[in-house]
Design a protein around this ligand. Sequence first.
Ligand code: TTP
Length: 724
Amino acid sequence: MLWKELLEGKQRSERKKEEEEEEEEGEEMPVAKPVSSDGRVIAHIDMDCFYVQVEQRKHPELRGLPTAVVQYNSWKGGALIAVGYEARALGIKRSMRGEEAKAVCPQIHLVQVPVARGKADLNSYREAGSEVVSILARMGRCERASIDEVYLDLTDAAETMLSETPPESLEIIDDEALKSHILGLKHEDGSDMKENVKGWLRRSDADHREKLLACGVLIVADLRMQVLQETQFTCSAGISHNKMLSKLASAMNKPAQQTVVPCSSVQGLLESLPIKKMKQLGGKLGSSLQSDLEVNFVGDLLQFSEQKLQECYGINTGTWLWNIARGISGEEVEGRLLTKSHGSGKTFPGPRALKTLHSVQHWLNQLCEELSERLQTDLDQNRRIAHTLTLHARAYMSSDSDSHKKFPSKSCPLRYGTTKMQEDAMNLFQAGLREYLGPFEVKMQGNKKIGWGITGLSVSAGKISDIPSGTSSIMRYFQGHDRLCSPSKLAKEKFELEDPCSFSENESNSTLDIIEHTKLPEEEATVNNESSDLESMEHKTSTNSLEVPFYSSMSSLKKADFSQETPLSFSGRESHLEPKLTELQSKVSSKESTFEPGRPASEQQVKRNALRDKGTPSLLRFFRRVDPSCSIQSQVLAQSSDDTNIRSSLEKNNSIHGDSLSEDVQRREMWRYNVDEIDPSVIDELPSEIQEEVRAWLRPQKRQANSARRSVGIADYFSRNKKL
Ligand code: TTP
């Protein structure tokens, strides 16, 4: 098809442009961290097919059956976001949609992700992740790396065990520990693998570091059993002397297994590890190593001296490269059990793009309501306060020349209370929109009107900090916080201080122009439909968008406020302004979440002193006890007629608006599984290896250029066998 060819041509040239831009921008280069000389014991814990396990716990009748979780988006049965291991064995991949999965495996059970406020609701998964974290944190410093991944520093626990109950003194060792995969440990033909592992764990001639590692193996096996017994979830683990190696190892044997990297096996592991698979080498640095130094595997780096690597990549990065070639990494496990930010977002792909301020406000209200609830819970449970509200949006303009312009992210001090947040978010959106459209740029092109559409919206709360103990200080905090200028206050103050009549004619007219030319033919007609059946993708999100301090855009905001509620007939005179603003504000939900002083933080679980030396049932045996013969009452998805509706609406649009609009709509349609389905508010919860990748993608001005690579990358990631 011609439009496809045209698009591909355009993508090629955009890609080139993007590469040039990247050259200019530069990429964040990894730097070496000081390496402690003492042996550390670090574990990486990764839950197995996490959302599936959470759903199977809710619906035990699904245990043992091929199951997958699908997005809140019934188009072609919804995208699969988590696939159980039984389903994987039958050929189901994460890159499939529900319909395809049904075709490949008719007996598959597709469970829809929970929905709230017309969008995916991840709370049950977040809470399930927190249950696991609270168990793991009993034994050491714990860093929550994503919704289902945790790093643990078990050095102290291992030292304690080594001095009190060293493995070599144990008569009985947990079965789960004996099933560990010890990289490099040879199993002679006919030898008993568990006996071999037992021998390795109890070596009296091992050095201190390796003895600590053996203790780590026992501790992690025990922790995984505790997780299973208390939550019914299985997880896999990697155990080594640093985060980097543990992360690599945890994916090597899944599900419900653990893999150990002794020092002696590091070289073997890295020599066959493709360079791009290494954290921080997936981008330009990795490409440069491949093309400039012909390094294809991490082990290939061993041939270069530290000095040579420093000459090529600078002192810090050169040393970092030299270190990783030897499996050395000083990165610390951060003591962080809670998320760094909260976000709520939704995507509006293809024809579902929001095209009116009214519909944007509707969705911002929903997102802010969710965000406000989560902030309130964080405050109540953890006595934490967020300081910054940020609005991100992805947008397009129907004028081709502007289609790569990025919608600016906007931030302001966060005010607690749903209504305030909704009001502030809307004001931030308007400020962003004003800047996005440009004050005088929106013009008529012949007889064709230039429109805008919003394909993604998210609000996030960041700069989260603990509040000082004592209720009075919390109250003081809020009083002080509320006195800070909010966007709406600032906007109103501007209205009050500045006589709108003093606007020059040009300014008024330009505002009028924006309103007039940003309206699309269907404006206002889509709001109700949107709230009922919009697609929702709760993927992960970019927090690296440019945060523009709000105050810098006050003039834009003021104009945005005019533009929001100004009808086409607006004369630009002040008499319309206050009533319009009031009317706008009254449209915002009046529901205000109330602030209650935080409850005391939940108590830290008591650290266990010593490991049990008795055997425990293995993880797999745990599941053999589960009765698989229960009846199925799953939330199996009915295929919706959504697909047909979308297509017929597209066809209708095409016939009305001719080829160029048709291309435009189809082009956006084509991206529906890529950028448009990624919600930038939840990136911190993504599996860590793809957080970076997704962040890199989510640059709206580059999305065309990236689309081809993106789909390859993410599909690859999801579908590939994680085994190295
Ligand atoms: P993963 O850890 O990547 O995968 P998984 O836990 O489903 O399976 P595995 O055993 O191979 O580790 O992701 C954790 C959860 O995050 C996953 O269950 C669903 C969710 N998720 C999304 O919602 N969108 C995404 O794009 C990805 C990658 C994951």
